[in-house]
Design a protein around this ligand. Structure first.
Ligand code: NAD
Length: 435
């Protein structure tokens, strides 16, 4: 696939637009970064307009018979941002804070993420406004199946392939796969990724995002002349991404000195036993009650003096308010959108090396792509093969972004957007506009 085909602007092209007054709006945050990168590229203005617009936004009503016998109607969204390079790809989240703006931003981030690691997918995202923690497994299954049937016309291995995201998991993917398969009349494992192994999930998928975070962090440390062996790490969020990133970094020899989740944070300068903390969360659901260190607030965790900070929980945790106090040398963005666009220049001016989300957490979609390939080939790879190919993809992608960042003298984030936009734009130029 073409890489730098359209990267031909010069620094004099820079026209950085103002950042939205609403620092927390994720769609504004995404377009602000897009605009910054576009200002460095000589994109055809028409193609740039295509890249700024989601291809399809669907909002659906999802009626569910609750255990009480009453019917409740939930709202769901599915946004396909761009399918020029391949089927839309992106997770589904169940959360009361889901909004069309957020889902649209997350869908666009998926387009850029897939392009950064050069997997042949576009970007999509979905969400249902609900509080999954107050719902029974039966209610969640009915919600998932009804939402799937409401968006089913757009789904398919060649058109739109969901995956788990916040508060959805392998079981949710199994229900989606079954609902879709019942509609078409035969088993279609490739319609979702992040499935249980028994129905076509991939070895290595569960740890893939965290493993990818470890790989790019190791590369960033080496670039800065540091070693992962002596590095200190703080991780915010101890779910799928945060716990796997902490575990992988700890296995690589780093000292994880702080971890946190929605119940609070924990600090131990001698190093936290990550496997023990993971086992605690598996038994108890959260870190609450795990008292092997000093307690911290989440904001204190974010501003600790560490070599590596991994925000792996939510959007908008590094803002103009706390960015001046960040003392980490490297930020590896495990979560999507943890830094606001307005905070970007503060962090950069302080000399923090940021591995942007669309690169840092791309290990998950990379192994999702491997899962889709295995499903379509009807042939399962060993975990070693999956991990070796993930390693190759993450190292190559990190080096491509770093190289562009150095040659164009832009931040890693702007370089990642430039690389991604140039790849998607090149495909639009070649395919042309269907009339
Ligand atoms: P998860 O639900 O498994 O874990 C989220 C973690 O964040 C939990 O430990 C939770 O307690 C914590 N958290 C929630 N609110 C918090 C708060 N206010 N302060 C501190 N911690 C808080 O979700 P996940 O799958 O690990 O996803 C986390 C982030 O990574 C999201 O932004 C998601 O979009 C992104 N992401 C996930 C994947 C993946 O493969 N799961 C891939 C790429 C990006």
């Amino acid at each position: 696939m073409t890489t730098h085909a359209l990267v031909r602007g010069s620094p004099t092209d820079l026209r950085v637009p103002p950042v939205s007054a609403d620092e927390d709006n994720p769609f504004d945050a995404m377009t602000a970064r897009l605009d910054r990168a576009a200002a460095r590229l000589e994109l055809d203005p028409g193609i740039y307009q295509i890249l700024r617009h989601p291809e399809r936004q669907i909002t659906v009503a999802v009626p569910v018979r609750m255990d009480s016998g009453a019917i409740e109607v939930f709202t769901g969204h599915r946004v396909v941002h761009n399918t020029a390079r391949g089927p839309g790809k992106g997770g589904i989240r169940f959360d009361p804070r889901v909004s069309l703006d957020e889902v649209s931003a997350l869908a666009a981030w998926m387009t850029w993420k897939c392009a950064v690691v050069d997997v042949p997918f576009g970007g999509a995202k979905g969400g249902v406004l609900c509080d999954p923690f107050s719902m029974s497994p039966g209610e969640l299954e009915r919600l998932t199946r009804r939402y799937t049937s409401a968006i089913i016309d757009g789904l398919g291995p060649d058109s739109d392939v969901p995956a788990p995201d916040v508060n959805t998991n392998e079981q949710t993917m199994a229900w989606i796969m079954d609902t879709y398969s019942m509609h078409v009349g035969h088993a279609v494992p490739a319609v979702v990724t992040g499935k249980p192994l028994a129905i076509g999930g991939s070895l290595g998928r569960r740890e893939a995002t965290g493993r990818g975070c470890m790989i790019v962090t190791r590369e960033a440390l080496a670039h800065l002349g540091m070693s992962v062996k002596a590095a200190t790490v703080a991780v915010q969020g101890f779910g799928n991404v945060g716990s796997a990133a902490a575990r992988q970094l700890s296995r690589a020899g780093a000292r994880v000195i702080a971890i946190g989740d929605k119940t609070g944070a924990l600090y131990n300068p001698r190093g936290i036993d990550v496997d023990e903390a993971v086992a605690w969360v598996r038994r108890h659901g959260t870190l609450e009650g795990y008292v092997k260190g000093t307690t911290l607030t989440n904001d204190e965790l974010l501003t600790l003096e560490v070599d590596v900070l991994v925000p792996a929980a939510l959007e908008n945790v590094i803002t103009t308010k706390n960015a001046p106090n960040i003392r980490a040398k490297i930020i590896c963005e495990g979560a999507n959108g943890p830094t606001t666009a307005a905070a970007d220049p503060i962090v950069e001016d302080n000399g923090v090396f940021v591995i942007p989300d669309i690169l840092a957490n791309a290990g998950g979609v990379t192994v999702s792509y491997f899962e889709w390939v295995q499903n379509r080939a009807g042939y399962a790879w060993t975990e070693n093969v999956v991990n070796a190919r993930l390693e190759e993809t993450m190292v190559r992608s990190f080096r491509e972004v770093l190289e562009l960042s150095r040659s164009r003298r832009v931040s890693m984030r702007t370089a990642a957007y430039m690389l991604a936009m140039s790849r998607v734009a090149a495909v639009h130029e070649l395919r042309g506009v269907y009339a």
